[in-house]
Design a protein around this ligand. Structure first.
Ligand code: NDP
Length: 346
């Protein structure tokens, strides 16, 4: 049995989800109400692989909201993540993905030191961040969507915004070792971590966001921002492919400039329909087939019976593990979300 710990992208979206899924007591409630709401299993999931194997899972709604990431409410945010993990473990789920901000809160607040949640002694081997699969999928999106747009990687400058993060650093490792990209731009706020990454890679230019946007043919956006950013399409090099791996999505795909193409990053499409209702409440075009790559990682671990915290800790993702998860991702029928139609960059 696999599990997915998820949350809404905002209070507004939480209201819509509550309405859609029929949780009337949650509708229209203020943030304080959500701060004290307990985790709940709100969906039962069935997934069939291309191999014919079928697995079952549960969706645990943590009741966390990105609006809780303020000094005043951070304790509630931490409680949400730990309570949801304890809830999943009590439900005897073998492997659970920490979706969206759950893994970021876990890492940023060193929750590995908080094993005991009331009467539950958390067994961290039962959880995965899902970041290895997310990083692998984003890298494949870079390679395949560039091809769709006619961007030649060997002449391309790629900027990774959030380069020092768990996903960003893995993406940089892959781009450096497995592609022929011409230039790699590294963007984040903390200088020491940028320098450490640059020295690990043996390349990469540390640069400010605005400059990166002006120079990059491809932008991989994996900065952990709690809400979207607005960029002026005028500041971006044209043509440009922006792969937005953030959750919540950092860019509004509707504001597409004809030469600025925004692709939802870290999203996979399954070859067969998945039985669930919860994804209908998320902004996916094909809700019974499209999902976050981190959630798909828990499914893959369940298919393979790899009951282990495959992705854990920060900046530990290796190329070997990305290849390993990539292989089983294809085997079971997941593929990276791509552009709907080829867009010429020429
Ligand atoms: P991390 O916290 O490990 O890394 C975040 C990175 O963003 C760091 O490099 C950080 O560096 C940088 N950053 C944060 N704020 C800013 C800012 N204002 N300007 C520039 N850089 C910034 O996060 P993860 O790698 O775990 O996750 C990255 C994103 O991917 C998140 O949005 C997450 O929700 C999403 N995600 C998507 C998944 C999917 O399945 N599609 C799965 C998991 C995560 P610094 O603090 O030094 O600036």
């Amino acid at each position: 049995m696999f599990g997915l710990i998820g949350h809404s992208t905002s209070l507004e979206q939480a209201h819509k989800t509550a309405e859609k899924l029929g949780f009337s007591e949650y509708q229209g409630q203020e943030l304080d109400f959500w701060c004290s709401a307990p985790p709940q299993i709100i969906d039962e999931i069935t997934v069939t692989s291309l191999t014919g194997a079928t697995i079952y899972g549960k969706y645990v709604e943590s009741a966390f909201l990105p609006e809780m990431l303020t000094q005043r409410r951070i304790k509630a945010a931490v409680r949400k993540v730990l309570n949801a993990m304890a809830h999943a473990q009590k439900a005897n789920i073998d492997i659970t993905a920490l979706g969206g901000f759950s893994s970021i809160v876990f890492e940023n607040f060193n929750l590995q030191n908080n094993r005991q949640v009331r009467n539950v002694d958390l067994d961290f081997r039962r959880f995965t961040t899902g970041n290895t699969h997310t990083a692998y999928i984003i890298c494949r999106q870079v390679e395949l969507a560039a091809e769709q747009m006619g961007i030649n990687l060997s002449q391309a400058t790629v900027a990774v915004c959030g380069a020092t993060g768990d996903i960003g650093s893995a993406v940089c490792r892959w781009l450096n070792a497995k592609t022929s990209i011409q230039d790699l731009l590294l963007v984040a706020r903390t200088q020491e971590r940028l320098e450490a990454l640059q020295s690990e890679l043996g390349r990469g230019k540390i640069i400010e966001m605005d400059e990166a946007l002006a120079q990059a043919d491809i932008v991989v956006w994996v900065a952990s921002l709690p809400k979207g950013v607005e960029i002026d399409p005028e500041m971006v090099k044209k043509p440009c492919l922006i792969i937005d791996g953030g959750y919540p999505k950092n860019f509004d795909a509707r504001i597409q400039h004809p030469e600025v193409v925004i692709l939802k990053g870290g999203i996979v499409e399954h070859a067969l329909d998945i039985e669930w209702t919860v994804m209908e409440a998320v902004d996916m075009e094909v809700p019974n087939r499209q999902l976050f790559a981190c959630f798909a990682e828990a499914m893959l671990l369940e298919f393979e019976k790899w009951y282990t915290n495959f992705s854990w800790g920060r900046n530990q993702i290796t190329l070997a593990k990305m290849e390993q998860i990539g292989e089983v991702s294809q085997k079971h029928g997941f593929h990276p979300l791509l552009l709907k139609e080829a867009v010429s960059a020429k």
